[in-house]
Design a protein around this ligand. Structure first.
Ligand SMILES: [Zn+2]
Length: 287
């Protein structure tokens, strides 16, 4: 679609026979404008968090995308873990977090249409957890096996639930479209299709991971949901230790994808706990 606008410009400008360079510049400007307009036109208010955001997908599309990509995601990590008891345990902890989420939403008279599912993946080497748009959440056996407490598992799953309800995946897709448009324009101005493709690939690669702000927002939900579900949120600090210790085997874990200073991240998590529970944590929390 971005090229449609450029072609119109091209046809109009053709009658005046501009030089090749200025024609390419006009097309490039057209593509940039189109990219920016379609990016900002997608601004929506998040029904749960209330923030204004630019998303590339409707909620239904997010759910469809997540469901159709889930088998591929599992296949890339050795399929589902074979032990159904371990899977039940993951479902159980995830279910407690969803109960907390529904309670939080009910307080604000809101509800949620995402059909959350938690998948334990067989991958014994890659220490990681991630979420697809629409509620598909994954944890590898490699990470699951290194977590020391149920609270730590709750922290990981809560963080990933945070990404889903903040619609971070859909935001990334919106910004990828923007950057593809901009990168395409850069290539056209340079008169070289290959450089356009290259720029697009680099842009997409760069935009793939969540931003630092996204990580902090998800940590915040993780802390809130796990505490409501009866877990001590300090377990999230233990998760950071585990990730830090075992990161590297199969690449950077999603939760550390923005390369934050681990000390700052932990300080932030402690600050959220203070902020969300200024009168101290409720009694009887589990580790
Ligand atoms: Zn994350």
């Amino acid at each position: 679609m971005s090229y449609g606008y450029g072609q119109e410009q091209q046809q109009r400008q053709h009658k005046r026979r501009p030089s090749g360079l200025s024609l390419r510049l006009l097309i490039a400007v057209g593509i940039v404008l189109f990219s920016l307009v379609s990016y900002w036109a997608k601004t929506e208010e998040n029904p749960i968090t209330g923030e204004k955001q630019r998303v590339g997908l409707t909620e239904d599309q997010e759910i469809q995308l997540g469901l159709s990509a889930a088998p591929e995601m599992a296949a890339q990590h050795g399929g589902l873990y074979h032990d159904s008891e371990a899977q039940r345990y993951v479902d159980q902890v995830g279910g407690k977090l969803l109960n907390s989420l529904h309670q939080q939403l009910a307080k604000k008279s809101k509800s949620l249409g995402y059909p959350f599912e938690f998948h334990l993946l067989a991958d014994p080497r890659t220490v990681n957890a991630f979420a697809l748009p629409g509620g598909q959440i994954f944890i590898t056996y490699a990470l699951y096996n290194k977590l020391e407490t149920e609270g730590q598992l709750a922290g990981v799953l809560g963080h990933e639930i945070g990404h889903v309800i903040h619609r971070h995946g859909a935001e990334r897709i919106a910004s990828q479209r923007l950057w593809s448009g901009l990168a395409g324009a850069a290539g056209v101005a340079g008169g070289d299709v290959n450089s356009a493709r290259m720029a697009q690939m680099v842009a997409q690669f760069t935009m793939m991971s969540y931003g630092r702000q996204d990580e902090l927002e998800s940590d915040r939900w993780g802390v809130l949901l796990m505490t409501d579900a009866g877990y001590d949120p300090h377990a999230m600090l233990g998760v950071m230790d585990v990730l830090e210790k075992y990161a590297g085997g199969g690449g950077q874990p999603e939760m550390l994808s923005t390369h934050p200073q681990p000390k700052n991240r932990k300080a932030y998590i402690e600050a959220i706990i203070e902020e969300l529970f200024p009168n101290g944590l409720p009694p009887g929390l589990r580790q």
